[in-house]
Design a protein around this ligand. Sequence first.
Ligand SMILES: Cc1ncc(COP(=O)(O)O)c(C=O)c1O
Length: 366
Amino acid sequence: MPDFVLKRHLPNLDVPHVHLGEYPTPVEHLPALGDVWLKREDLSSPLYGGNKIRTLETLFADAIARGFKRVWTLGAYGSNQAVACILHAGRVGLQPGAVLFPQRATPTAAENLRVSLGECDEVVALRSLLTFPWHWLKLKRSREIYLVPPGGAVPLGALGHVGAALELAEQVATGAMPAPRHIVLAIGSTCTTAGLLVGLPLARQLGLWPGELPRVHAVRVTPWPVTARFQVLRLARATACYLAQLGGPTVKVDPKLLVLNTRHFGWGYARITQGGLAAAKHFAELMAPPLDTTYAAKSGAALLEMRGLAPFSQKTGSDPLPGPVLYWCTKSSAPLPAVDDAKLAAAPGHIRRWLKRADRHDSLNR
Ligand SMILES: Cc1ncc(COP(=O)(O)O)c(C=O)c1O
């Protein structure tokens, strides 16, 4: 059984963990963009990868340790976390379920909703966002169901990404890539970014990180206040506190490391942006990992802008951000399972109509 990177460096840490992913996720140079590197979190599992796998490893382990048999999550129709939860839960003996709220109908989201509905009998796809808080409260109070909150944005969930920062530090130390000066990633629930904001200073404290720490450019894809600077720092500080409670060292979160980039949000969550589409196209031409229009394409657009390469940016032509720049690939690139059409045909009318609307988008507009 491969070990958990956090436990490898902090053997006395009392943290629950089950293995779902395959680590370390590779780091790769993307020379076409200059001094740009990729952290291939998209490859965290061949079943379904992406950034949420690390979050689920600690949360599932907690569910098991506390005697739960069922694990449910919450999110939008196109939630990657719901897909990850549904596809991975059975591997560790948990029965998954999800409550999903309506969002903008896009091909990317429809692909995920089809998998969630096709692979799991316990998906409640709400007709309206209005009833979502009630479902959330009900799940929170359940004694039979372990609730993975939206994005897994709790200190225990963020610990997985503290581990990812240590893993990156190991890769830098062994020469797999030079120490990045900037990290660029999409931010929604804040879980991944908060974990990195704890893990990077921890890596330096442990003597794993050479020199200055990188700045973390978190590209906002969800509205304020879901994603706000104070929320990111609050979760990062709570995660640092929690780490100390579990027997780890005291880590100080440095707000200066966080750059919250709000330029690529567009008209709302899951709204497709021209910059995002251009980034997805550019990545595809470079045979780089696929970018989804909800999350990764927006952070990809920010990356291109920072490199002075974005076609839809006023900043095009300005000096590129000095490298090395590390792009955190958060969207799974694993092929999705085929979906049983009969199951979808039996879905409620509002779902079938929503899927039809999503399908009307040009297949390029992913
Ligand atoms: C593909 C992808 N990228 C980025 C994010 C944002 O991560 P976080 O919610 O940890 O901020 C998510 C969240 O679901 C995601 O699915």
